[in-house]
Design a protein around this ligand. Structure first.
Ligand code: OXD
Ligand code: MN
Length: 595
C-alpha cells in the first residue's frame, strides 16, 4: 500500500520518523477486520492478549503496573511562551522538549514495526471532522484505534495528495534487541514518559506509555488538547462533553451536551435509562463534543470518536445497562480481572463475586484478597455502534443542534441539585468555576475540592483564561440561538452523610425540568446563585424521596456560599490579566446578590 500513497509531505514525515526511531519495518493500516484479527493473533501469540471464551471476539490485556492511567504530571503543552500554555498546564520550551524527546526516540522502535494509522475524528468527510495520522510501535494501540476512531484507506482518499492532517508520533519506548524476549506490556519507566503537545504546530509526540489517553492519540491529545487550540483559532468548540438526545412524550427532541470531570458518571448519563414514562434518551457520544455554528446560526455537535473507552469498575446493569449491553462482543478489556470460566470481572459487576479470579496483575485473587481484582482505572474499549441506545443520527456529518449545556461536579454540600444560569455569561461563570471533590480516580487526597473548569483542566491546549474568553466570544456569536446553560450536582449528601438524590436513570427528572424551561412551560425561582426549580415543577412521580430531602437538595446555604465566593476569588487570581473582565463582573454580581 505504501507505494500508492502520493502525499509527499506525509511520506517525508514518515520517513523522518522512521529514520529517527529505526523500526525493523513499516506497516500501513487499512482499517479492515482482517487487519484487526491478524494484529490480535500476533498479540495472542506474544502473550499480550488473552481471548475471552465468554465474549465473542473480545480480549483481555494486563498493563505494566507503572502504566495504568493518564500521566497528567508528564503531559505538556509546549507553546513558544509559558504564558500561552497558562497556569493550568505543564510547560517546557518546545526546543528543549524536542531535544529531550528526540534523544528518547532515537532507535526506540528497534526490533519493532512502525504502524501508520490514518484516522478520522468524526465521520469521514464531515465538515467538522479532522484527519490524524498516528505513527506507533504498538499493535495494541492499532486495535484500540480501530474501535475508537475511523481508521483506514478511505481516510487517505480524503487526504489526497496534499490534504491537512495532524501528525501524532507514539512510541512505547521499549526497543527490542535481537533475540530479546518481549515483555507482556512493554513500556518505558515512569520518569521517561512524556505526553507532549505543540499546539502552534498541531503536533503530538508521545513516549513511554501504551495506556489509554497517553497512547490512543486521537482522544485526549488530538480531540481535546490540539483541537481546543485549533477551535479557538478557527471559531468553533472542542469540549470534554457527552452528547445525548432526549425526546419528550410529544416527540420533541432536545440535544444536551454535558461536561463533568472524571468519576462523575458521564458515561452513565450519556446512556441514561429514563425513569419517567414517555421520555426517551439516545446516546450520541460519551466523552467529547466538537461543535460549530451552522448556517442557521445554531450550534451543531458531533462526537469525534467511534467507540467508548469507559471506566469498567462500577459499571453494571444497575448503573448502566446500555453500557453493559455494548460489551458482549468485539471489545478490548484492559486491567480487568479474569474469571475461571473465561470472562472478565470487576468490582461492582452484577451477580455474585467470583470465589476465584486472576487479578489485573495476573495473580490469583479471592474475595479475601487485600487488593482489588480489577484496577480502579480498568477500561473497556467498545464500538459505539454496539450501544443499544445509540442515536440513529450519531454519525450525521452535520451534527445535532445543541439546546442545553450542562456543567457539574461532585459536591457533598453547598451546590444544589440543579440551577439555571441567568444568561450566557453567567453560564460561562458557572462552567469556569466548576469544581469537584476528588475521588479514588484522582491523584491526591480523597475529598479535596478541585476546580476543574468546564471539566477541561487536564485537556485545554492553551491558556485557560483565553479559553474562558473563547466561551464568551461564542456566546456573542450565537446570540439568541445560544444553548441554555445549567449546573447540576447529583452528589449532595445530607448532614448525616447519606446521598440525597438517587442519580442514574432518575437524573432524567432534572433533564426534564431543563427541557420544560427551554420550552418556556415553567418559571423558576430567582436566587443569588441562579434559577432554581419550584418543587412542584420537578417530576418526582414514583420516586421515594421525602420532602425534607428535596428541600435539602435545593437549599442554598448562605454561609457556605460566602466561603465559596472567597475561594473563587482566590482561584481566579492565578489567571491574572488573562481572566476576562466579564467573569470578574459575574463574581461581583454574585457577591452583591448575597448582600
Ligand atoms: C477519560 C477521562 O478517560 O476523562 O475520559 O479521564
Ligand atoms: Mn473524559
Amino acid at each position: 500500500m505504501l507505494a500508492t500513497i502520493k502525499h509527499e509531505k506525509l511520506n517525508c514525515w514518515i520517513q523522518e520518523v522512521a529514520e529517527l526511531c529505526q523500526p525493523d519495518s513499516i506497516y500501513w493500516c487499512d482499517g479492515t477486520k482482517k487487519e484487526y484479527d491478524s494484529m490480535m493473533s500476533l498479540m495472542i501469540e506474544s502473550g499480550m492478549a488473552i481471548p475471552l471464551s465468554k465474549r465473542a471476539n473480545s480480549f483481555l490485556f494486563r498493563s505494566d503496573t507503572s502504566d495504568v492511567a493518564r500521566v497528567e504530571d508528564q503531559t505538556y503543552i509546549s507553546t513558544l511562551t509559558q504564558d500561552e500554555a497558562g497556569p493550568t498546564n505543564n510547560w517546557i520550551d518546545p526546543a528543549e522538549l524536542k531535544k529531550i524527546m528526540t534523544d528518547l526516540y532515537t532507535g526506540c522502535m528497534k526490533g519493532r514495526t512502525l504502524y501508520v494509522i490514518p484516522f478520522s475524528m468524526g465521520p469521514i468527510g464531515s465538515p467538522i471532522s479532522k484527519i490524524g495520522i498516528e505513527l506507533t510501535d504498538s499493535p495494541y494501540v492499532v486495535c484500540n484505534m480501530h474501535i475508537m476512531t475511523r481508521v483506514g484507506t478511505k481516510v487517505l482518499e480524503v487526504l489526497g495528495t496534499d490534504g491537512e492532517y495532524i501528525p501524532c508520533v507514539h512510541s512505547i519506548g521499549a526497543p527490542l534487541a535481537e533475540g530479546q524476549k518481549d515483555a507482556s506490556w512493554p513500556c518505558a519507566p515512569i520518569e521517561k514518559k512524556y505526553i507532549s503537545h505543540f499546539p502552534q504546530e498541531n503536533l503530538i509526540w508521545s513516549f513511554g506509555s501504551g495506556y489509554g489517553g497517553n497512547a490512543l492519540l486521537g482522544k485526549k491529545c488530538l480531540a481535546l488538547r490540539i483541537a481546543s487550540a485549533m477551535a479557538k483559532r478557527e471559531g468553533w468548540m472542542a469540549e470534554h462533553m457527552l452528547i445525548l438526545r432526549l425526546t419528550n412524550p410529544e416527540g420533541r427532541r432536545f440535544h444536551i451536551a454535558a461536561a463533568f470531570p472524571s468519576a462523575c458518571g458521564k458515561t452513565n448519563l450519556a446512556m441514561l435509562k429514563p425513569m419517567i414514562e414517555g421520555w426517551k434518551c439516545e446516546c450520541i457520544g460519551d466523552d467529547i463534543a466538537w461543535m460549530k455554528i451552522g448556517t442557521d446560526g445554531r450550534l451543531y455537535a458531533i462526537n469525534p470518536e467511534a467507540g467508548f473507552f469507559g471506566v469498567a469498575p462500577g459499571t453494571s446493569y444497575d448503573s448502566n445497562p446500555s453500557a453493559m449491553d455494548s460489551l458482549n462482543k468485539n471489545c478490548i478489556f484492559t486491567n480487568c480481572a479474569l474469571t475461571d470460566d473465561g470472562d472478565i470481572w470487576w468490582e461492582g459487576f452484577d451477580g455474585e463475586t467470583p470465589a476465584h479470579a486472576i487479578d489485573w496483575k495476573g495473580n490469583d485473587w479471592t474475595p479475601e484478597s487485600k487488593s482489588s481484582a480489577a484496577h480502579p482505572n480498568a477500561r473497556f474499549t467498545a464500538p459505539a455502534s454496539q450501544c443499544p441506545v445509540i442515536c440513529p443520527d450519531w454519525e450525521d456529518p452535520n451534527g445535532v443542534p445543541i439546546d442545553i449545556f450542562v456543567f457539574g461536579g461532585r459536591r457533598a454540600s453547598v451546590v444544589p441539585l440543579v440551577n439555571e444560569a441567568y444568561d450566557w455569561n453567567h453560564g460561562v461563570f458557572l462552567g469556569s468555576t466548576a469544581a469537584s471533590e476528588t475521588t479514588a480516580a484522582n491523584i491526591g487526597e480523597v475529598g479535596n475540592l478541585r476546580r476543574d473548569p468546564f471539566a477541561m483542566k487536564p485537556f485545554c491546549g492553551y491558556n485557560m483564561g483565553e479559553y474562558f474568553q473563547h466561551w464568551l466570544d461564542m456566546g456573542n456569536k450565537l446570540g439568541e440561538k445560544a444553548p441554555r446553560m445549567f449546573y447540576v450536582n447529583w452528589f449532595r449528601k445530607s448532614p448525616d452523610g447519606k446521598w440525597l438524590w438517587p442519580g442514574f436513570g432518575d437524573n432524567v427528572r432534572v433533564l426534564k425540568w431543563m427541557c420544560e424551561r427551554v420550552e418556556g412551560k415553567i418559571d423558576a425561582i430567582e436566587t443569588p446563585i441562579g434559577l432554581l426549580p419550584k418543587k412542584e415543577n420537578l417530576d418526582l412521580n414514583g420516586l421515594n424521596i421525602s420532602n425534607d430531602d428535596i428541600e435539602e437538595l435545593l437549599r442554598i446555604d448562605t454561609e457556605a456560599w460566602r466561603a465559596e465566593l472567597s475561594d473563587i476569588e482566590k482561584y481566579f487570581q492565578q489567571f491574572g490579566s488573562h481572566l476576562p473582565q466579564p467573569l470578574y463582573a459575574q463574581l461581583e454580581n454574585l457577591r452583591n446578590r448575597f448582600k
